[in-house]
Design a protein around this ligand. Structure first.
Ligand code: 5GP
Length: 123
């Protein structure tokens, strides 16, 4: 599948500094900031700095340095947020079925309380 990146999406604007954000962590390859509508005491979005729509897009086209940098950033954020020990949920909502709202790859790191089961069994 070929991807077209919309550089007017809200996270692209955050990366360009056009919209403010509450930054938790930043590196050469990633930015992490608090979700504007937190689902738990800790809710951080980790995004690659490159123009990637989704995990599929990212894992096909990103360089090894970008891939490694992004994964390291996720680990750093979990430690900074203090959720590594008790646990957390890492979610990448993707595409139509995943109900992805913003078309720039982002991993939600959610924790700070028991989160319950991920999904109800299909009926
Ligand atoms: P998605 O549904 O695409 O996985 O998640 C998008 C997330 O981005 C949502 O949890 C939403 O609250 C968050 N979000 C949307 N707009 C903004 C914004 O302008 N700033 C921040 N920090 N988060 C946003």
């Amino acid at each position: 599948m070929a991807y077209t990146y919309d550089d007017q999406n809200i996270f692209a604007k955050i990366l360009r500094g056009e919209i403010p954000n509450d930054t938790v962590y930043e590196s050469d390859h990633a930015l992490a900031f608090r979700d504007i509508s937190p689902a738990a005491p800790s809710h951080v979005l980790v995004i690659p700095k490159g123009p990637y729509v989704s995990m599929d897009h990212f894992t096909q086209e990103a360089s090894d340095a970008e891939l490694i940098g992004f994964m390291r950033a996720i680990g750093e954020v979990c430690r900074l947020e203090g959720v590594s020990e008790k646990g957390f949920r890492a979610i990448a909502n993707t595409g139509e079925h995943g109900v992805q709202e913003v078309p720039h790859l982002h991993i939600h790191i959610i924790g700070g309380r028991p989160l319950g089961r991920m999904l109800s069994p299909a009926t």
